[in-house]
Write a protein that binds this ligand. Structure first.
Ligand SMILES: C[S@@+](CC[C@H](N)C(=O)[O-])C[C@H]1O[C@@H](n2cnc3c(N)ncnc32)[C@H](O)[C@@H]1O
Length: 273
């Protein structure tokens, strides 16, 4: 099995749409007429969840008419936020077939298909023409991709000159072994976390100028505390199981690694030259 096949298999649930709709219904949502806010806690697989997406989007200079490619779009929560809050057109691409199918279905239930669509494909061989996008985003995907030089070259290729690339990625902040399982990989075999300096260097090599870098650990840690308090109060019932096997252990490992400063969610905004 190739690394990409292993990564897609890691994220494949098997009956994710049914599980999500059932959990939403149990939490009192009208699943035939969903609002994007009904999906909070369900459709964003990154540290800081929706609060982080909102902060990140503010730095992307989004507006109606802007064409954005979300690379590794998962269940599509960030893509739907970019479109519903700013009116931009978003094309998501993801390796995991089931995520693409569920992302399209949730988007239809939210009435956003005119602005948002998803297709299956690899970030290392993007099925898009050169220079067709104004923005590209990469949110918690780089930890599954070893060849970041190729990744950034592809993203640079699909952007117009002057276009912006926003990354919100888990980076290693000091020496030390990461604990496994993590949310993105059960073992180190498909985990390729690297440091902020490597990201900066590879972006510059690929033809980007870094405009902004921000450590979002404080926001992520605040959200962790809020989620623990909600879980203790019995709120958000059932959403934990959507993450798949050993969900609580994986969550605890990533939380502990952020809280101890071993890793951090870092936002970078880079401009294509
Ligand atoms: C942790 S999830 C993040 C999903 C989404 N960006 C979000 O923030 O909710 C990582 C996603 O990256 C996708 N992915 C990993 N490697 C990829 C690759 N080489 N090409 C495209 N997608 C990839 C996975 O399928 C998964 O959906």
């Amino acid at each position: 099995m190739s690394t990409e096949e292993k990564v897609a298999s890691h994220y494949t649930h098997g009956s994710l749409e049914t599980a999500i709709l059932q959990t939403l219904a149990e939490n009192g949502k009208d699943i035939e007429n969903l609002r994007t806010s009904d999906l909070a806690g369900v459709d964003e697989f990154h540290l800081g969840r929706h609060a982080a997406t909102v902060e990140f989007a503010r730095d992307l200079h989004l507006a109606a008419g802007v064409r954005l490619a979300d690379i590794g779009s998962g269940l599509g929560g960030p893509a739907r936020h970019f479109a519903s809050a700013y009116g931009c057109t978003v094309t998501g691409i993801d390796l995991t077939e089931e995520f693409v199918q569920v992302a399209n279905s949730l988007t239809a239930r939210c009435g956003l298909t005119e602005l948002v669509s998803f297709r299956q494909g690899s970030a290392l061989s993007l099925p898009f023409e050169s220079g067709g996008f104004d923005r590209a985003t990469l949110i918690h995907v780089g930890m599954n991709i070893e060849d970041k030089a190729m990744l950034f070259a592809e993203i640079r290729r699909i952007l117009k000159p002057g276009g912006r690339f926003g990354l919100y990625e888990i980076m290693q902040m000091r020496e030390g072994a990461l604990p496994y399982p993590m949310p993105w990989a059960m073992t180190p075999e498909t985990s390729f976390v690297c440091g902020q300096e490597s990201y900066r260097h590879l972006l510059e090599e690929a033809g980007f100028v870094v405009e902004l870098e921000q450590d979002r650990s404080a926001l992520a840690i605040r959200l962790m505390h809020e989620m623990r308090a909600k879980a203790a109060a019995g709120e958000g019932k059932g959403f934990g199981t959507l993450m798949g096997p050993r969900a609580s252990e994986r969550g605890a490992n990533v939380n502990m690694s952020v809280e101890s400063g071993l890793i951090a969610p870092i936002e970078i905004i880079a401009r294509a030259v």
